[in-house]
Design a protein around this ligand. Structure first.
Ligand code: GLA
Ligand code: ZN
Length: 689
């Protein structure tokens, strides 16, 4: 990574934005004509990168010890000669048949204790020494063949790490992991996991089994620790690959591709060991259950999750579908113009790449109907190809955006531990807990105020932010409550919601009142009970005069799903419930602490209600809000002396914004006032800082 005029350039070899995607020439080795045509078409599409070797192990080593790399060398040469750089994967995402045949231990074991058969992908045991040996060997050979090639700019480790393994090797490691975590003291673990319940006390670490489906599923601490262990074990495996690559090519950056807030792995633990964050984005666009603008806003939320893992540099959009995918429930086509808009949103949110799965549709097997830049038709004369090529041209105009950063003053706390603990806890309603979706929806309300929001962990540093939002912060790690208090004391605006601070890091409930660990005195409330609402239940919050906007005094806002009954000891009551036996009781409160404010929203409040509360907080914090037409997103990236305002029209209607100043990089037009946006249109306005 290089620093250039205060910018963080990911790849000095690439001018501007990296444009590429997964490329599988190994599927076409008997068609040299197609391999030639690929290069011509990639250039035509304005691609400057291709991701190679993601699932190529059986092409490299069809039989154990027999190697074929010439095709790869030829391919990387060809790409390089044509100005196309290679993102090179390690092939550990899928195993060749001979490996599973000869080394059974490399196969994963499922949560019933049954060993997998050979097949599919992403299914090796993370603990298996044999698997690591085989990977070390093939990666070393891969490096010998092409590792020093000047065309290779990045290592892509494996592919979309995921899943769990319950094999004897992994079980033993889990027990060792627990022994270390609990200082070899089984009583410590028994206490933390509350094992006298249902007679579950353990006498030793070697008695502990993972949460098999047909075994121990009733200890919340065990389930949580198993998830943490799975992350630890996957990270340990990933570090093995990283260490190997760093020995071979110390200066080449490494990444692995993430998947949104994938529940199986705490990406933040993995991110610590990566040079750059990359992810694969496949939202269900044009669905029938939410507006296109909302789907896109939730996608922006996931971009913010990725950005939050390394805030000091851009991230990568490693995969996206140029057209449709083949694995959604309904595989809908991206409407004309949406590919461009979707790609520009990634840039707007801080990505310096637009990459696809996949370059060319495979002819057979599982993903033969998955969208690609090049279809089975085989030409550049398709709607999708033209849209990709059009974008390729436009990306050249956005060269100077590369390396600039989104600099948000607001952050939302979203954590895997919280997602896991909330998901596992028995209570509430499994269908409506919806932690990630709720966070995304709250994120959208802030976006609608024209404010960029980072997504961070409760363990991240809060300094630099003026507003912190912590939806459903059910689990608190040590020291977090104190840090939240310090944040408010120094003038921060904090908003927390129902389900805050119920359990500690081991899922033991706090005694003496939720939110625990001292947070009840920060907010001045204790949550005495939580009511779970049926979808048909109605409740509301009536806000006190002057709380929202002057003109909206006494407005009633809807409550869904969850409502806490609050005892207020020392806080202003902003809103009260309108129905049920707790009608008239406090629902939303606020308390001054030091220089700042701590706002508690005891129920799942309508998005308009949340938006009004945020507007109030942003105003107090001096955060600039932008007036945006409905469905228009605005994100701002800044370099040392320039800022880039992205305006994205997430509707199929024309719209206009006033008071926009600067040059639209996409058209060259100088704007001094009105910006008109066509349906699904976008503009990137550059101005001096
Ligand atoms: C994932 C994988 C790709 C491909 C796509 C299909 O992101 O990484 O190999 O299977 O999904 O959408
Ligand atoms: Zn295993």
């Amino acid at each position: 990574m290089e620093k250039e005029k205060g910018k963080k350039i990911l790849f000095p070899q690439i001018k501007g934005i990296l444009h590429g995607g997964d490329y599988n020439p190994e599927q076409w080795l008997d068609r040299p004509d197609i391999l030639e045509e690929d290069i011509r078409l990639m250039k035509k599409a304005g691609m400057n990168s291709a991701s190679l070797g993601i699932f190529s192990w059986s092409a490299y080593e069809p039989r154990e010890g027999e190697y074929h790399f010439q095709w790869l060398t030829d391919c990387i040469d060809r790409l390089y000669e044509n100005g196309i750089y290679t993102v090179l994967a390690t092939p550990s995402g899928a195993k060749p048949a001979w490996l599973d045949e000869n080394y059974l231990e490399a196969l994963r074991v499922d949560s019933y204790g049954v060993r997998y058969h050979h097949g599919a992908r992403h299914n090796h045991c993370m603990s298996s020494p044999v698997y690591r040996d085989k990977v070390r060997n093939i990666v070393t050979r891969l490096h010998e063949a092409v590792g020093e090639h000047p065309g290779v700019i990045l290592w892509h480790i494996s592919n979309e790490f995921g899943g769990e393994c319950y094999c004897p090797l992994c079980v033993k490691r889990f027990q060792d992991y627990l022994a270390e975590k609990f200082d070899g003291d089984i009583d410590k673990l028994n206490h933390a996991w509350w094992t006298p319940f249902w007679s579950h006390q353990y006498n030793g670490f070697d008695q502990i089994e993972p949460p098999y489906q047909n075994g121990e599923f009733s200890i919340m601490g065990l389930k949580l620790e198993w998830r943490r262990f799975t992350t630890w074990s996957m990270t340990d495996y990933m570090k093995f690959e990283i260490n190997l690559l760093k020995e071979l090519t110390p200066d080449r950056p490494v990444t692995t591709n993430f998947m949104q807030l994938y529940e199986g792995l705490d990406y933040r633990e993995m991110a610590k060991h990566l040079d750059v964050i990359s992810w694969d984005s496949y939202p269900c666009l044009h669905n029938d259950y939410e507006s296109f603008a909302s789907t896109m806003a939730h996608n922006a939320f996931h971009h913010a999750v990725m950005r939050g893992m390394k805030r000091d540099k851009p991230f990568m959009l490693m995969e996206s579908a140029p057209g449709l995918v083949n694995w959604h429930q309904y595989n809908k086509l991206k409407r004309p113009g949406v590919h461009r808009l979707f790609s520009l949103q990634a840039l707007a949110c801080g990505s310096d790449t637009v990459q696809y799965f996949q370059w060319r549709k495979s002819r057979g097997s599982y993903e033969q109907y998955h969208g690609a830049v090049v279809d089975h038709l085989g030409t550049g004369d398709t709607r999708i190809f033209r849209e990709v090529a059009g974008l390729g041209e436009e990306l050249k105009r956005l060269e100077s955006v590369a390396g600039s950063l989104v600099q948000a003053q607001t952050a939302m706390i979203v954590d895997w531990d919280v997602m896991w603990a909330l998901g596992d806890m028995r209570g509430l309603c499994d269908e409506t807990k919806r932690y990630a979706d709720t966070c995304a929806a709250i994120y959208e309300t802030m976006l609608r105020l024209g404010v960029d929001v980072d997504v961070i962990s409760q363990m991240d540093d809060f300094t630099g932010y003026r507003v912190l939002v912590a939806p459903m912060l059910y689990l608190l790690k040590p020291g977090v409550a104190q840090r939240l208090r310090a944040f408010v004391e120094k003038g921060g605006e904090l908003l927390a919601t129902y389900l805050t601070g119920y359990v500690d890091e081991n899922t033991l409930c706090y005694l003496g009142g939720f939110p625990g660990d001292g947070l009840s005195s920060l907010f001045g409330v204790v949550s005495e009970e939580i009511d779970t609402l049926y979808p048909t239940d109605q409740n509301g919050v009536c806000f006190a005069e002057g709380v929202l906007q002057e003109s909206d005094s006494l407005r009633e806002e809807q409550v869904r799903d969850y409502a806490e009954r609050l005892r207020v000891s020392d806080a202003d009551i902003l809103g009260r419930y309108t129905s049920d036996f707790y009608a008239g009781e406090p629902a939303v409160t606020e308390r001054v602490q030091g220089e700042g404010h701590a706002c508690y929203v005891g129920c799942r409040l309508s998005m308009t209600g949340m938006r009004a509360l945020f507007a109030r907080m942003f105003k107090r914090a001096g955060i600039h809000m932008r007036q945006l037409p409905e469905g228009v997103e605005c994100h701002v990236r800044a370099g040392e002396d320039r800022q880039y305002e992205f305006y994205l029209n997430m509707t199929d209607r024309e719209t206009a914004l006033s008071d926009v100043q600067g040059e639209n990089l996409l058209t060259g037009e100088m704007l001094q006032g009105t910006l008109n946006l066509e349906p699904y249109g976008a503009a990137v306005i550059v101005s001096k800082l």
